[in-house]
Design a protein around this ligand. Structure first.
Ligand code: SAH
Ligand code: SF4
Length: 385
């Protein structure tokens, strides 16, 4: 097995080059070819000596993820479904806006946290993605979009780890991937424009603060422990007080001076005015000094197995007003790419359903074949007798 160069941050690539007897600056050149120019073929890398290119061909490769589907929404949102093997697929979504281009990236195939309102959580956990598989989503989409939009300029200015999976439960692979995004010789994204979203893995929030502080979004979804225990099962391990303490510790290192709290609006579950008032109390009074935060209210993206319903628009507006009136900056997430199900595990859910349909068809075929065979056997018996 040769090394997948998408698995390396610049340090890792330098160490790899040194093991090949090559100077460090070769790693920088190679890194720029891969990430800044999107080269996949060593022969394209014209300023590398032919001898090095030949050497690399024997020991290294670039593993792109096969694209299963690509859907473009009427609003310009593009969603890709990538094959990560063994019947697993992960998605990435590009969301263009006037002043930025955001890529939503997956960190795991499935997710072990099992939030009630999340279709990825309902699928269960398959496996962690490797660094290379996380980076491949950005590598492919950035260079695809440059060709698609016929530009030589950078298209993706922001990355949010809000696709499938809990990034802080795949910490070892996540951190080098973040470094590739931040690296000047790579994608050169600022720390404020790379966001890790977490359901609240407290010890890993502390580690991230030290290892690679980027913007942090915390999926709150409830203002008290009993409700959050029910919606986000990880809360039983790291209850709200511990989570908010961890947010304050993170803020000491964060590139932004606030945490974004995500709150998925579920009709009749967590969307009453009293929930909003409890939230204000929670984030204002915590530890006597509160938590510096903004709220992002997400209209629930429904899927049948959840048994949950999106909060009506006026309910969301009333909820937002209570937070805003208390002086907390609150936005309601625009639903983008609705016509292509470009949110939160929907398409990958479809593929799995299709796989399940496929399995059912296969089972039916087996039954049919058995029936045909037994009929044939019967016919044979009959003809014998
Ligand atoms: N595991 C991480 C990141 C991936 S989920 C996390 O939970 O934060 C990204 C965001 O989408 C989270 O805030 C999550 O709560 C939200 N989300 C998941 N399923 C959703 C759905 N069906 N509708 C709306 N938001 C959803
Ligand atoms: Fe996992 Fe996030 Fe979905 Fe919860 S919301 S199941 S943590 S991906």
């Amino acid at each position: 097995m040769t090394a997948n160069l998408l698995d390396f941050d610049l340090e890792g690539l330098a160490a790899f080059c040194e093991r090949l007897g090559e100077k460090r600056f070769r790693a920088t050149q190679l890194f720029r070819w891969i990430h800044q120019k999107g080269a996949a073929d060593f022969d394209q890398m014209s300023d590398l000596a032919r001898s090095l290119r030949e050497k690399l061909k024997g020991v290294a490769h670039l593993a792109a993820l096969p694209v299963l589907t690509q859907h473009e929404s009427s609003d310009g949102t593009i969603k890709w479904l990538f094959d990560v093997g063994d019947g697993n697929a992960v998605e990435a979504v590009f969301i263009p806006e006037d002043d930025r281009g955001t890529l939503c990236v997956s960190s795991q195939a499935g997710c072990a946290v099992g939030c009630r309102f999340c279709s990825t959580g309902h699928q269960g956990f398959s496996r962690n993605l490797t660094t290379g598989e996380i980076v491949a989503q950005l590598w492919f989409t950035e260079h695809f979009l440059r060709r698609h939009l016929k530009t030589a300029d950078r298209v993706i200015s922001n990355v949010v780890m809000m696709g499938m999976g809990e990034p802080l439960q795949n910490y070892a692979a996540l951190v080098p991937a973040l470094r590739v995004m931040l690296e000047d010789h790579g994608y050169g994204l600022s720390r404020r424009r790379v966001t890790v979203s977490t359901s609240g893995v407290v010890p890993m929030m502390d580690r991230l603060a030290h290892d690679c502080p980027v913007a942090l979004a915390v999926s709150l979804h409830a203002p008290n422990d009993p409700l959050r225990d029910n919606l986000v099962p990880l809360n039983r391990k790291y209850p709200l007080v511990e989570l908010l303490d961890a947010c304050n510790r993170y803020l000491e290192h964060a590139p932004r001076d606030f945490i974004t709290f995500e709150y998925c609006m579920l009709d009749g579950v967590n969307d009453a005015p009293d929930h909003a008032r409890q939230l204000v109390d929670l984030v204002r009074r915590h530890a006597g000094r509160g938590v510096s935060c903004k709220f992002n209210l997400i209209p629930f993206n429904p899927f049948p197995a959840s048994g949950l319903v999106r909060s009506p628009h006026n309910q969301v507006a009333a909820f937002a007003k209570i937070l805003s009136d208390a002086g907390i900056v609150t936005t309601v997430r625009k639903t983008r790419g609705d016509d292509i199900d470009a949110a939160c595990g929907q398409l990958a859910g479809d593929v799995r359903d299709r796989t399940r349909v496929g399995e059912r068809i296969a089972q039916q075929r087996t039954v049919m074949l058995k029936t045909v065979k037994s009929l044939a056997d019967g016919a044979e018996e009959t003809s014998k007798s």
